[in-house]
Design a protein around this ligand. Sequence first.
Ligand code: PLP
Length: 415
Amino acid sequence: MEKKMAEWGFKSQKRTVTIRDFLEIIKVNLNKNDEREVIHLGHGDPSPYPSFRTSPVAEESLINALRSTHFNGYPPAPGVSAARRAIAKHLSDDLPYKLSEEDVFLTAGANHAIEVILTVLARPGANILFPRPGYPVYEARAAFSNLEVRHFNLLPERAWEVDLDGVEALADDKTIAMVVINPGNPCGNVFTLEHMQKIAETAKRLGILLITDEVYNHIVFGSNKYIPMGILGSVTPILTVGSMSKRWLIPGWRLGWIVASDPNGVLNKSGIIESVLNYLCITADPATLIQGAVPEILEKSTKEFFLKTNDTLRESADACYATISEIPSLSCPHKPEGAMSTMIEINPSLLGDVKDDMDFALKIAREESVVIMPGTILGLKNWLRLSFSVEPAALRDGLERIKAFCSRHSNNYKN
Ligand SMILES: *Cc1c(COP(=O)(O)O)cnc(C)c1O
């Protein structure tokens, strides 16, 4: 039996390094004798911080769903009807056509939506195009489905727009889809309509499915407005990944969705929608109770709640950009204007004994009790991803520690 197991090679199941893996490595590196609080700028879960508490509406809606006794049973595979309808109506507010309940599939968070989509699309020999830098769950999930991953670049000098020439060069007749994330994680950028049109036209010309990850929908605080890719659904069919996690600050509730923006019915004819439905029948469901709360949450959430989050994030993004600009060995090519993180380039030649981004992250964890994500994990060596969705006072403290760290390690440092 043991021999047989070894032959099957379970242990060697491919998986790329994810953010979670890296955070485990960092934890070991923290200095337990540092009495200062650890500042977590490495991952984007704002929910523990008082400034990012979810709205009372979400809390009350959940209690009402619980007390109703209607949501104690198994949900239908694609989700509770009223919740799908409510999400369809909610998202249609931003679209030139109306989504229906049948266009919406509920998942246990956006990560599960990614799992569903990649599982359905994977087939022998196929490849898929992801952005670099990106969101590592995509790579990890594709590896499990033996789906070949190819990366196109996001261009820092062009506000992190997609390198569309790169996309054209990568795609071949085995390419099934491309993924874009807007508003952008990790870059904090927000695409213009003109750029989105070019992306949709490129996908159409190449005959590949366009998948857009919009878990940060409406989390924008710069000059570009949030526009759903779905408005271009008549140019090319689009699968949108969405979630309550970020906008409602409840990532632990695990409610996400897949939406088919496909007014011409191309996806239905292709069998993709049926495959999604089939897979949803055998995969875990988001808790019925949470689904039951969705209609009330969507109906009663106030503008003020969303504005407050965006105002806090705007101030935090500005503070990051301003402080990083003062540090000679770091640069932030584009001021974040959406989502909850930004990319910072390191110039190791100005930081004597700091070799690269991994070394930077390990040393700053040990010396300053600051956790920050090395760009290598996201495909970009000598960059850092800084998540600014933490309590603003902690962020300011963290930025000062980054500044002190860089100054202490700079080539010109004198004791
Ligand atoms: C956070 C995040 C997700 C996962 O969202 P959940 O709903 O918490 O699973 C997916 N994509 C991106 C780009 C994210 O930042």
